[in-house]
Design a protein around this ligand. Structure first.
Ligand SMILES: [Zn+2]
Length: 839
């Protein structure tokens, strides 16, 4: 074997080591004929960053040369990279895996009689690299796979005998490859450890996130992206007992493993054995193994597992044990730190040691983990029986596609759901997934902690703006097992006069865009009306789309064919009418029915722009509206021709625009276009004085001296004033075009910023303000409630010349999962030109 020397780091200094000794010696001997990662790749692990396709190819090679491994594909990313899992165990177990799986799954079935002491291998999932630019763990995955498959060391033979290990080498391959390309292409020879080198400083959007710049380590609950959807489907076939989640943090740090920060970690619906017993037990193993190689670490600080959508918290909600690891990042191949130098191989070794220790702790504590898994699902039923709620009833009369999207979320988490008449569903509490039901519906007023690593509100039903009520009855209607063919929409009949299309439906903007792209002209009703449909009176509300047949350039047959095809694909209610004379309200020729221009949208992106928010806009338009948006890099702004667009999106960010650039935007808006500014983007627009709106300012008494407080408490005291993520109730003006498609004045909105917009001085500009009883879910400090929330607006629109600026204080597209507020954003795009500000 070729021996390649590189520098490995122990914080005290550098040592010359070779890959075989540094990573693999401990588990010698290895089976001949199975290539090590170095033999396969042609370089020692840690010398370069390994591309995802090579990682997959290596695992495939292991599966083809060894009877201890087999590989499965569980999905494809947005960019069509393969998502794989390598199953490792002794050959006899792999041959018999379906039978072992059935025996294992019996522990998740409260009705089954099982024996935790039974001689059954424990199921361990080693999952790596959810954040693409935290690359050490996927390199460790290659080593783990080799050791677990090829080592003949008695300890590893015991692992294969007593465990089935599922290795997911890269959860986020699209992000990983972005970063891999970056780190390898800037790699110096010799290595440049200067933190200012390009190798250590990625540009926008960086490799952390996936194709649409989503943080996949928040997506386990929301299940928006194919990476997590594939993984969730896999997960519910296997219910592993232990799951790892490997990360990297800032360079100036050490290593973190669980237990997490005590107070913040207490998700009130989790069995306390998870935190108090299992995490302590596993933590003692990690401490010992990291002590033995001289690595420093910390526990019980900084990180909390409260949010249920992390890779380390979701398994906790499924009867398993999720484990977070955070390694100080070398971000590149080697970097100078205050302690000396941190190298890529050093970071990889810590992750490898934690991987092997996880398997050891799982094997040593097989019966404890099995007992925990069984109790978890048993107590789910017991807690449900003790609850006053037998079921949650969710009703949605007007928008079945939004309801279907919500049902899809329930089903992917294996929550049982039943129909309840024509417009409602029923979710019983008495089911093994009771804790997920609680996660979706329960809200919390009080918190044990105030500083959270992420959101403190995740009652998913509110994301979908769905009205739900706890009830005391059981399901009598049919169980829903798929959203296909659910709530079918009647095919629209042919008309030679006009068609009406419901704007309440979630897919209506997608339908409008498609019809406009086919060259049809549609209009929107700015006042409601009632007409006769199939002999019955039917009321049509604000925003109803009107497609007049005689005004089109296409024949009535063609118009019907195009509409019918699009309507059936997108399942949007549409109606044919024979007359424009209405029983109540405006007629079809009214001046309150206005023709719509197709949106031509652009968005500024690039260094300084908040990539999550930009990605959410891009994802919404791509995947739900099927409408392109031009992403203009800030560095190219001067050369970009804005005349091509009628809508410009400005999400949060540091916009260092010069005066000429700012003037260009202002002039372009004032010529009749629409600027949609979200959160920090709204604050920026106000700070530029493009419009006459203001931020709510903190009232400060300059004569008062601050109360003296202990220095050590400063981070907590300051932290609690940040709005980490809270669900608030806003009140809409339902007659405003930005609110078209909504039926209830009250809607939940998501706030994770301190952008507090003052109510407008204009009587018609404040489209949504916070309700007087605004709090729905999550932590918000008393000071924020009193000084800001009570005086603020959630959504404003302000005039600028002949154009307008739409100001969102709250993010309407948060994490791709706020179906309830997406429409506010889409109305700004589709109806923008007609939004005036009367004075
Ligand atoms: Zn991370």
């Amino acid at each position: 074997m070729q021996r390649i020397l590189f520098f490995g780091l122990l914080l005290a200094g550098c040592l010359n080591l070779n890959a075989q000794e540094y990573f693999l010696k401990q588990y010698e001997p290895y089976t001949e004929g199975i290539p090590s990662p170095q033999e396969f790749l042609g370089y020692g692990i840690g010398e370069y960053h390994t591309r995802h396709d090579r990682i997959v190819h290596y695992l495939e090679t292991l599966a083809s040369v060894s009877e201890n491994a087999e590989i499965e594909t569980y999905g494809f990313t947005h960019e069509k990279r393969r998502l794989v899992i390598l199953r490792v165990s002794q050959a006899a177990h792999l041959e018999n895996l379906t039978e072992l799986q059935q025996q294992h799954l019996a522990f998740t079935d409260p009705g089954a009689s099982v024996d935790p002491e039974a001689d059954l291998p424990i199921f361990v999932q080693l999952a790596y690299n959810v954040h693409g630019n935290e690359p050490s763990s996927s390199e460790a995955a290659l080593l783990s796979a080799y050791i677990l498959v090829a080592s003949q060391h008695p300890l590893i033979e015991r692992f294969r005998r007593e465990a089935v290990i599922f290795i997911d080498p890269t959860i986020n391959p699209d992000g990983r490859d972005r970063h891999t390309q970056w780190a390898n292409s800037y790699r110096g020879n010799p290595l440049v450890t200067d933190p200012q080198d390009a190798e250590h400083n990625e540009y926008f959007p960086g490799g952390r996130t996936n194709h649409y710049w989503f943080d996949l380590n928040r997506d386990w609950l929301l299940a928006i992206n194919p990476e997590s959807r594939g993984k969730l489907n896999w997960y519910h076939q296997w219910y592993p007992n232990v799951v790892t989640d490997f990360h990297e943090m800032g360079t100036q740090s050490t290593y973190f493993f669980e237990p997490m920060k005590a107070n913040g970690s207490l998700n009130p619906i989790m069995p306390k054995e998870n935190y108090e017993d299992l995490n302590e037990l596993f933590g003692s193993y990690f401490a010992k193994s990291l002590d033995s190689i001289g690595s420093l670490y910390f526990t019980k600080e900084v990180f909390d597992g409260t949010y249920p959508g992390y890779g380390s918290s979701y398994p906790d909600l499924q009867g398993g044990l999720g484990l977070l690891f955070e390694q100080a990042s070398s971000r590149g191949h080697a970097q100078k730190t205050a302690y000396g130098e941190i190298t890529f191989p050093f970071t990889i070794r810590n992750q490898l040691v934690s991987s092997m220790t996880t398997v050891k702790a799982a094997v040593d504590n097989k019966s404890t983990l099995r007992r925990y898994q069984k109790d978890f699902f048993n107590t789910a039923l017991r807690n449900a029986a003790a609850s006053r709620t037998s079921a949650y009833r969710v009703e949605e009369k007007y928008d079945k596609n939004r309801l279907k999207a919500f049902i899809d979320k329930l089903l992917i988490h294996r929550i049982k759901v039943y129909k309840d008449g024509e417009d409602a569903i029923l979710i019983p509490t008495s089911q093994p997934q009771y804790r997920m039901v609680q996660t979706f519906f329960e809200t919390y007023e009080k918190y044990r902690d105030s500083v959270f690593y992420d959101a403190s509100a995740w009652s998913v039903a509110n994301f979908y703006n769905l009205k739900y009520t706890p009830v005391r009855r059981t399901a009598t209607d049919t169980e829903i097992t798929s959203t296909e063919e659910l709530f079918p929409v009647a095919p629209v009949g042919r008309s030679d006069y006009a068609y009406l299309i419901d704007w309440n439906d979630y897919n209506a903007p997608a339908l409008l865009y498609r019809l406009q792209s086919e060259g049809l002209v549609l209009a929107s009703a700015f006042k409601p009306f009632t007409t006769e449909i199939n002999g019955e009176q039917k009321a049509f509300s604000y925003g109803t789309l009107v497609l007049p047949v005689s005004l089109q350039k296409k024949s009535p047959e063609e118009v019907h064919e195009i509409l019918l095809g699009a309507q059936q694909d997108l399942q949007v209610p549409a109606y044919s009418v024979k007359t424009g004379y209405h029983l109540k309200g405006i007629d079809l020729g009214s001046r309150y029915i206005q023709a719509l221009e197709q949106p031509k949208a652009a968005m500024l992106i690039g260094e300084g722009v908040r990539s999550y928010e930009a990605g959410e806009v891009w994802h919404l338009l791509d995947t739900r509206v099927h409408m392109p948006i031009t992403k203009i890099p800030l560095r190219d702004f001067d050369g970009a021709n804005l005349e091509k667009y009628n809508t410009l999106v400005l999400v949060s960010g540091r916009y260092d625009l010069d005066e000429k650039q700012r003037e260009r935007i202002k002039k372009w808006v004032s010529e009749g276009n629409t600027l949609v500014a979200i959160a920090g983007g709204a604050r920026y627009a106000i700070s530029q004085k493009w419009i006459e709106e203001e931020m709510v300012e903190e009232v400060k008494d300059s004569t008062k001296t601050a109360e003296r407080k202990p220095y050590v408490d400063a981070p907590e005291n300051i932290g609690k004033e940040q709005v980490g993520g809270v669900i608030l109730k806003a009140e809409l003006d339902l007659t405003h075009p930005l609110a078209f498609g909504y039926q209830n004045r009250a809607i939940p909105v998501y706030k994770n910023n301190e952008v507090w917009l003052s109510h407008s001085k204009n009587a018609y500009s404040t489209v949504a303000k916070y309700a007087s009883d605004a709090h729905i879910d999550g932590f918000i400090s008393e000071k924020n409630r009193k000084e800001f929330l009570s005086k603020s607006a959630s959504l404003l629109v302000s005039r600028l010349g002949r154009g307008r600026v739409v100001l969102f204080a709250d993010n309407p597209n948060f994490r791709g999962s706020w179906y309830g507020t997406n429409r506010l954003f889409l109305n700004a795009l589709f109806l923008g030109e007609h939004i005036g500000v009367p004075e």
